[in-house]
Design a protein around this ligand. Structure first.
Ligand SMILES: [Zn+2]
Length: 522
């Protein structure tokens, strides 16, 4: 008679071995890095950047199909969903989606009246069929209601102290230094101005084009919710005006120019503006998939890229902005990274920390999808999100990079917020043989291009989540109709994908999370 096995031997297998960090076992990582291939990246990207997706404009059918293409890839790979409805047990694509509503507001009409001591100095109507003399064009934010306020001249805005700006309309004449103008706009906003009249054009005529543009496709934004601050960097509403109009107003106010400027201070004029908008709701969605970790499963590495682009402009021979590089390249690279992690997990080398694959929408409209995720519905806790690796445009060459090699990637973030993360990324690049030239050309909060806040990592960095933004720079087809899949360097893109995979592996499997050692961008 056969001897019975003790029950305990059936139930207790050996303890599951913890997967080693990349730097401890680069050969193991290399086995899965090798699954990230140029051919598979190209296979995805030629579909993803096809004309049929019509440039993946936020909220439009092409973008919404793009989200479902990605969800379908995760379902096929057997990678779990982590969207808003992921726990309802449904099959299909919905569990991968994180839907959110956007408000689209379109300018219908603007009326403005300038008075001096009760006498009307100027009345102005801006409507699609009334683009004659253009004096004021809404350019940023919304001027609410028909509120009247004093008009204060602030010059370049370099000395706002002592000026009474609460509730005022401030006339600002921008100088050549854009950084100084931005700072002045923010300072005026902080001082409580109702809006800025920015004299950005020489003549009223030069405002014709911006005026026509103001009535085109409406601005998308997240609907306001109580307690959430707007993420416009604290800028007040901005109305464009011309120096010609400013001169006319100052003449009406009886104020004489001193040289090519005017004395700062209250002009004695009052302005009432009423801008009417029509708003409608547009639905969009992020796509979220998930590989659960083992012993450190309650900490998370987020790998992100944006799934949307800027659509098409409806006429011309090739009017579609395909966005193969921006950001088809980052998008399909995440699919390959996810596939590599899934293969490792199936072979018993799953990550210790959990990994979230996050494809956000609305990036091109102001980082809206990542803002929604980070501020309103984080699907895993932000405080346990140990790193964000964000990928936006890694397929082309920057013609102005200033060095010869094409085997490079710009590393932005990294040491500015976490020296650990920066060091690990560089060490993985050497140890696993991806051997890219890691350029820090744009890695500065003072860089005039401001790339450090121009993609979705920003919405993690503002919560002190260490991040690296991987980027190969802009080029002649940036936000152009020529951003096509056949112009991508798939070999180099695969190498960058392998580096990001290796760095994600390192972060996911070390005992410690990367320490926040810098002030980041806050
Ligand atoms: Zn982009």
């Amino acid at each position: 008679m056969k001897k019975l096995l003790p029950l305990a031997a059936l139930l207790c297998g050996p303890a599951v071995a913890q997967t080693a960090p990349a730097l401890d076992d680069p050969d193991l990582v290399g086995r899965y890095q090798a699954t990230i291939t140029p051919a598979e990246l190209a296979g995805h990207l030629y579909v993803y950047a096809d004309d049929f997706l019509a440039g993946r404009e936020t909220g439009e059918p092409g973008q919404r199909f793009a989200a479902r293409y990605l969800a379908g890839q995760y379902a096929t790979m057997g990678i779990a969903p982590k969207g808003s409805g992921a726990d309802n047990g449904n099959l299909g694509l919905d569990p991968y989606l994180q839907p959110f509503a956007l408000e689209q507001s379109s300018l219908q009409r603007l009326t403005a009246t300038v008075t001096r001591g009760g006498e009307t100095v100027l009345t102005h109507v801006l409507a699609p069929d009334a683009l004659g003399d253009v004096h004021l064009v809404p350019a940023y934010g919304q001027v609410e209601g028909a509120a009247a306020g004093p008009v204060v001249y602030v010059g370049e805005g370099s000395a706002l102290g002592g000026l009474e700006l609460g509730g005022a309309y401030a006339i600002m004449t921008p100088g050549a230094d854009q950084g100084a103008t931005r700072a002045a706009l923010a300072a005026a906003g902080a001082a409580g101005v109702r809006a800025i009249l920015l004299a950005s054009a020489p003549t009223a005529d030069a405002l014709q084009r911006p005026a026509a543009g103001a009535f085109e496709a409406g601005r998308l934004s997240l609907p306001a919710v109580d307690g959430a601050d707007d993420d416009g960097g604290g800028l007040p509403p901005i109305l464009l005006t011309s120096r010609e109009t400013v001169d006319a107003l100052m003449t009406a106010a009886g104020i004489e120019a001193g040289g090519d400027t005017y004395p700062t201070g209250d002009t004695g004029l009052a302005l009432a503006v009423n801008a009417e908008y029509e708003t409608q709701t547009v639905m969009s969605e992020n796509v979220v998939a998930f590989i659960e970790g083992s012993d450190l499963r309650d900490e998370f590495v987020v790998v992100s890229a944006h799934l949307d682009h800027v659509g098409d402009d409806g006429d011309g021979e090739d009017a579609i902005y395909n966005g193969a590089d921006d950001d088809g390249s980052g998008t399909v690279t995440i699919l390959e990274i996810a596939e590599a992690f899934q293969a490792a997990k199936e072979n018993g080398h799953g990550p210790r920390r959990s990994i979230l694959f996050l494809h956000v929408s609305g990036e091109e409209k102001g980082l809206l999808g990542s803002e929604y995720y980070a501020d309103r519905e984080p699907l895993v806790p932000i405080e346990n999100t140990v790193t964000n690796l964000n990928i936006d445009m890694i397929g082309r060459y920057d013609p102005e990079r200033g060095f010869d090699t094409t085997d490079y990637v710009y590393i932005i973030g990294g040491d500015l917020i976490s020296q650990d993360l920066s060091d690990w990324n560089a060490a993985v690049n050497s140890a696993t043989g991806t051997d890219l030239f890691l350029s820090d050309r744009f890695n500065s909060p003072d860089d005039p291009n401001q790339f450090f806040r121009r993609s979705d990592h920003w919405n993690f960095g503002k919560y002190d989540v260490p991040f690296i933004f991987y980027f190969t720079g802009t080029h002649e087809d940036y936000h152009g109709v020529g951003d096509h899949a056949d112009k991508i360097d798939y070999e180099r893109m695969a190498r960058i994908g392998r580096l990001i995979f290796g760095t994600a592996w390192e972060v996911a499997n070390r005992d410690e999370r990367p320490a926040v050692s810098g002030v980041g961008f806050n």
